[in-house]
Design a binder for this molecule. Structure first.
Ligand SMILES: Cc1cc2nc3c(=O)[nH]c(=O)nc-3n(C[C@H](O)[C@H](O)[C@H](O)COP(=O)(O)O)c2cc1C
Length: 354
């Protein structure tokens, strides 16, 4: 639905830019006279601007025809935004007639539409994942072997995956575990303040970590992979992102059923979206995405996280007593994770050809 609306908006601006500019070039004298605008001082520059705007219309038409294949063209929104800003600036200075301002506003609106469309196209369709507990798996024979692939710095994700594994085994799956290890020494816990700052800065500027080879071949026997990733500074933990940045690992997920689990103090949406996006890029069949936050009340939970990271262990310092919120998932979440594992084992098979 959203895609259809965006597409028709692209068609609208395609017609306006391509058709409108051709019309203006042909009939600019009567049109300018009608709106009371002075004739362009430099007819060559005026023709150049119209021709440029015409090509933007053609570009919008190409986006309308094939949005997914035109993601790069959507960056053309920057051109529209710059034209809008320049028009606003010269109108503010009183150097141009209001007639030109309408074109600037039009381009400003469509720069926003283009950017929203780009975000929509590169974002995973999480809504489908929320509609059901588990979506159907690919139509291929089940080996009933699963792999849980996780990165865990302080142990929370490891505990979460242990319960998913329990649920899967209880439902008749054989499960292997693969813990992701970063190559760089800085990624260990507990860490010193300087190490934490290094991890923090890298996480903020999104530099993924180099990881030890996973040693999983593309023809692995798993019919299901459960990928777990914690949140680091409102995004994926660097070592887990490192798994996907190495394109050699994409074959592990291609054409396979993959479920996503994210753990965090509270901010999981972006991490989940990033993890699912990566898996979609690997052409995995994402069957479910679940996120779990540590229990407690805010702002004590956030402060407790920093205290835990600094102290390197829970319930420290003891004098903070009940103010300290637990850094690990509660039993309620863990029980859900176990049921999730069982539900994954029982996931339906997609109809042939889907
Ligand atoms: C460097 C770092 C940054 C973090 N940033 C966030 C954050 O932005 N939002 C959040 O909800 N949790 C954040 N957390 C908390 C972790 O997501 C949470 O502690 C998680 O349970 C860690 O899982 P692990 O023990 O398996 O490593 C951060 C933790 C670390 C170590």
């Amino acid at each position: 639905m959203i895609r259809t609306v965006f597409r028709y908006l692209c068609l609208l601006t395609a017609l306006a830019n391509a058709g409108g500019n051709a019309l203006i070039l042909l009939l600019y004298r009567p049109i300018f006279k009608l709106v009371g605008a002075p004739l362009p001082a430099d007819r060559f520059a005026f023709t150049g601007v119209c021709a440029l705007s015409f090509t933007v219309g053609i570009m919008a038409f190409m986006i309308y025809r094939n949005p997914e294949g035109s993601k790069n063209l959507l960056v053309g929104a920057i051109g529209k935004a710059l034209y809008c800003l320049a028009t606003l600036y010269f109108y503010y200075l009183g150097r141009i007639h209001w007639f030109y301002l309408t074109f600037g506003i039009w381009d400003g609106v469509f720069a926003t539409v283009f950017m929203l469309f780009l975000i929509h196209l590169v974002s995973p369709n999480l809504v489908t994942l929320y509609e059901r507990e588990v979506l159907p798996g690919v139509a291929r024979p089940r080996t009933r072997k699963a792999l849980v692939l996780f990165y865990s710095l302080s142990g929370n994700g490891r505990g979460a995956m242990a319960r998913v594994k329990k649920g899967l085994i209880g439902a008749g799956y054989e499960v292997d575990e693969k813990r992701v290890h970063a190559r760089e020494k800085v990624f260990h816990f507990p860490f010193k303040l300087f190490e934490f700052l290094q991890i923090a800065v890298r996480a903020i500027v999104r530099i993924p970590a180099e990881i030890e080879p996973l040693d999983i071949t593309a023809d692995h026997p798993y019919d299901l992979i459960v990928v777990e990733c914690p949140t680091w500074f409102v995004g994926m933990a660097a070592p887990m992102e490192g798994v996907f940045r190495d394109r050699a690992n994409h074959a592990i997920f291609a054409g396979r059923d993959v479920a996503v689990v994210n753990v965090c103090r509270g901010l999981w949406r972006r991490t989940q979206s990033m993890t699912v996006s990566w898996l979609e890029e690997c052409r995995a069949n994402v069957v479910a995405a679940k996120a779990f936050a540590t229990p407690g009340w805010e702002p004590a939970r956030t402060i407790s996280l920093f205290v835990f990271l600094a102290a390197g262990a829970p319930k420290k310092p003891p004098w903070l007593g009940s103010l300290l919120q637990p850094p690990m998932l509660g039993e309620e979440s863990l029980a859900k994770l176990e049921r999730f594992g069982a539900a994954l084992a029982e996931r339906p098979v997609a109809a042939e050809g889907v």
